[in-house]
Design a protein around this ligand. Structure first.
Ligand code: NAP
Length: 486
């Protein structure tokens, strides 16, 4: 089986790497999809050099023309939607309808970002001096690196690559080693759309080696990273030492607060979807329910009944690999040791064909205390913690009592408490009477506290990261005069 090829200088180039890592279907470990080359640092440097060479022409390409290429990529992505979704399911494990949703979202990102190329704008502002025209222009920052995780391997690269290209940056894309196939397909889409040679490069390899080189290399001006806190924090430190612009979107421990006056059926559905769709492997997955004690028994009974119907294999995919499954099982074991009560799931699924995959059922722990590991640390699997509280004020304290701050939700009907929640919850995104997950491309996406460092992704604000503002003063008096005294 020929290993995946890097894409450098507009050519699909075989890596010289002697080491490869198999791309394995997590629902059926006997199905090996491809081999991922562990490219060398020299090959990574070649990808960076290619992006450097392509930069002058790409940044000089009129922005509307860049936007049209991104729009063409959207059309091609739509044409290949089914094929890419099937490949995504095969290598990452999510259900086909979830994969189709992801590819559609990537398409929406391209739609929005193609328009952003046309809207790249600065400001005009009045000057203290007469006859002086002051304005700002937005210019591309240069060569950028996109380092991405496996859990949304089409959409997350799309929401980094598209705004970078729209702004006039050139890109080196390093995908997660677990999801190389969809990375290749996404780059093919941009290639077919007419992104010129070198403007987008793809390099496969180990995060430690290739990722590290992308952060260290002087020609890379900015790094956009999505992934774990462990890796992101190290990368942020290293980038800061090099004087780089760094954007890190990392883990979450997203709470849903359920108050006494909530519509329980709505809340149960929202929590079940938020916790267990995509196998809980979403950065926006619901991992905690914070509920008023007096109504908790009734809510929990309904939630268990609903979640029991989600069958691994048909209604829920597997964990992405053995290591992720191990993380889930370790968290479950620890929760038991700490005294939380497992009321659903909790044991690996091995029946029939599930034996061949990394399947774990929807799992719910009740009576979880805020200090327990399950209440504090991201599991990234189908494991939900129920925390019971006495009041709205305690619910806020518990919901905010973690180091993460990506997304949150409240199920309630009293507008006063809903608005107090929206004001006080420490997350970058929040929902009212809807699940914690998701995000639309026209709106900013990202977290606070230790979830997000650097500026937000998606929305108009995404362009800020990939651009520099230049401030221009034009004196049109035509006379010698004292310049600005400030
Ligand atoms: P990860 O292990 O941190 O890997 C992310 C990417 O970083 C991969 O491409 C990885 O390459 C690379 N990498 C690994 N070590 C590196 C290093 N030392 N320097 C530079 N790059 C390095 O994360 P993951 O397991 O793929 O993704 C799951 C995590 O992502 C979860 O914590 C989840 O919450 C988070 N996430 C956050 C968001 C958000 O927007 N907040 C969205 C999605 C996911 P290899 O694959 O080769 O190791």
């Amino acid at each position: 089986m020929e290993p995946y090829r890097n894409f450098i200088d507009g050519k699909w180039t075989p890596s010289k790497a002697s080491r490869t890592v198999p791309n394995v279907n997590p629902a059926n470990t006997g199905d090996v999809i491809g081999q991922v080359p562990m490219s060398s640092v020299e090959e990574c440097r070649a990808a960076i050099a290619s992006a450097e060479r392509a930069l002058p022409a790409w940044r000089a390409t009129p922005a509307p023309q860049r936007g049209r290429i991104i729009d063409k990529a959207r059309i091609i992505l739509q044409r290949r939607k089914q094929e890419i979704a099937e490949a995504l399911t095969r290598e990452e494990g999510k259900l086909v309808h979830e994969s189709l949703g992801e590819v559609q979202k990537a398409s929406n990102v391209l739609e929005f970002m193609s328009g952003e190329a046309i809207r790249l704008s600065g400001e005009t502002l009045p000057s203290e001096l007469g006859h002086t025209f002051c304005y700002t222009i937005r210019q591309p920052i240069g060569v950028v690196a996109a380092i991405t995780p496996w859990n949304f391997p089409v959409c997350i690269p799309a929401w980094k690559i598209a705004p970078a290209l729209a702004t006039g940056c050139t890109v080196v894309f390093k995908p997660a080693t677990l999801t190389p196939h969809t990375a290749m397909q996404l780059v093919q889409v941009f290639e077919e759309a007419g992104v010129p040679a070198g403007a987008l490069n793809l390099i496969y390899g180990s995060g430690g080696e290739i990722g590290n080189e992308l952060v260290r290399h002087p020609a890379v001006r900015a790094v956009s990273f999505t992934g774990s806190n462990e890796v992101g924090m190290g990368l942020y430190r290293l980038g800061a030492e090099q004087g780089k612009k760094i954007q890190c979107e990392m883990g979450g421990k997203n709470p849903v607060v359920v108050l006494e006056d909530a519509d329980f059926d709505l809340a149960v559905e929202g929590v079940a979807q938020g916790a267990f769709s995509s196998t809980g492997q979403r950065c926006t997955a619901t991992s905690r329910v914070v509920i008023i004690d007096t109504v908790a028994d009734a809510f929990v009974a309904k939630l268990v009944e609903r979640s029991r119907k989600i069958r691994p294999g048909s209604e829920m995919g597997p964990s992405v690999d053995a290591s992720q499954l191990d993380t889930v099982m370790t968290a479950v074991q620890k929760a038991r040791e700490e005294g939380a009560k497992c009321i659903l799931g909790g044991e690996r699924e091995r029946s029939g064909p599930l034996e061949k995959g990394f399947f774990f059922p929807p799992t719910i722990f009740d009576h979880v205390k805020p200090t327990m590991n399950l209440a504090q640390e991201e599991v990234f699997g189908p494991v939900l913690a129920i925390l019971r509280v006495k009041s709205f004020e305690e619910a806020m304290e518990v919901a905010n009592g973690v180091r993460y701050g990506l997304t949150s939700s409240i199920y309630a009907n009293d507008p006063g408490r809903i608005f107090r929640f929206v004001e006080g919850i420490e997350t970058g995104i929040t929902h009212v009477n809807s699940p914690t997950m998701g995000g639309e491309p026209q709106l900013p996406f990202g977290g606070v506290k230790q979830t997000g460092l650097g500026s937000r992704e998606m929305g108009r604000t995404a362009i800020d990261f990939y651009s520099e503002l230049k401030t221009v003063y034009v004196d049109y008096t035509g006379q010698k005069r004292a310049t600005n005294i400030y």
